[in-house]
Ligand binder design. Structure first.
Ligand SMILES: NC(=O)c1ccc[n+]([C@@H]2O[C@H](COP(=O)([O-])OP(=O)(O)OC[C@H]3O[C@@H](n4cnc5c(N)ncnc54)[C@H](O)[C@@H]3O)[C@@H](O)[C@H]2O)c1
Length: 261
């Protein structure tokens, strides 16, 4: 039988209680990885851990990605228990209440930038030194199609995801010579709790139900549907695959063609 492609690799995933993060944890576990999982939502993270095979090596901790000391102690503990990080997926993120730019409260802008942009910055800041020392590693930051193009009613969210892509490309430039790959994934829409909340907010605003709100969204996508969570997660695995060894500094759209037209 073939050896699983991530056998024995240590994979860190933030936001692992949520849609993409939880699904990625299950997939990487099935492919033989050792997991360092975190989220602010400890109940959600416990539920994900219950599903994982307990013969399996994983650590799950309650951290806030906007807090540098949470991240440093999480990474130090993970490395001491599981071994050096081979792969890090900075996935934790929050959405935005739909609003024109002039209606966004300063505190909401700050919070979105803190979780989505600073969280990725802090993650990479503390993931990279160990990878540089080993001259080896892969980082995947979860951005968004809203990191590639503007998104009306979502200016703060789009700004935070553009920042993720800027951080990704800059870090990729800095560490490519150490054979470390850094990429960003840019999904459009997939039915996770984050997206459902935004679809419900769109529905409330226009007096329509979630299904009709979904139709409004999918009408703008050339493939006329949202992604499945698994389609996004398969792209995560492909981006991190050891065989995908020459791709770095890229912002990869998984968006049914949304940003192509
Ligand atoms: N679902 C989509 O349609 C979509 C599209 C594009 C990009 N994304 C991005 O994908 C990533 C995952 O989102 P999702 O859709 O799975 O959403 P989700 O809400 O299901 O998961 C996000 C997880 O991040 C956690 N989190 C939030 N703030 C945190 C913090 N400060 N510290 C630690 N954990 C925190 C949440 O508790 C949650 O479990 C996010 O970065 C999101 O912006 C999602």
């Amino acid at each position: 039988m073939d050896r699983p492609r991530f056998a024995g690799q240590v994979v860190m995933i933030t936001g692992a209680a949520g849609g993409f993060g939880a699904a990625a944890a299950r997939r990487f576990a099935a492919e033989g990885a050792k997991l360092l999982l975190s989220d602010m939502d400890m109940d959600g993270l416990d539920a994900v851990c219950q599903e994982l095979d307990h013969d399996f090596h994983f650590i799950a901790q309650n951290i806030d990605v906007t807090n540098e000391s949470d991240l440093t102690s999480h990474i130090e503990y993970g490395i001491s228990a599981l071994g050096p990080l081979d792969i890090a997926i900075n996935n934790a993120g929050i959405g935005q209440i739909l609003s024109p730019l002039h209606g966004i409260a300063e505190a909401e802008f700050d919070r979105i930038m803190a979780v989505n942009a600073k969280g990725v910055f802090l993650g990479m800041k503390h993931q990279l030194p160990g990878m540089i020392a080993r001259q080896k590693g892969v980082i995947l930051n979860v951005a968004s199609a809203a990191g590639l193009v503007g998104a009306g009613q979502l200016a703060a969210y789009a700004a935070s995801k553009h920042a993720v892509i800027g951080l990704t490309r800059s870090a990729a430039d800095e560490v490519a010579r150490f054979s470390i790959r850094v990429n960003a994934l840019c999904p459009s829409f997939a039915p996770t709790p984050l997206f459902n909340e935004m679809a419900d907010a769109l529905g409330d605003r226009h007096g329509i139900d979630r299904e009709t709100a979904y139709d409004r969204v999918t009408g703008r996508i050339p493939m006329r549907r949202v992604a499945t969570v698994d389609e996004v997660v398969q792209a995560m695995l492909w981006a991190c695959d050891p065989a995908n060894s020459f791709m770095t500094g890229q912002a990869i759209a998984i968006d049914g063609g949304l940003t192509a037209v």
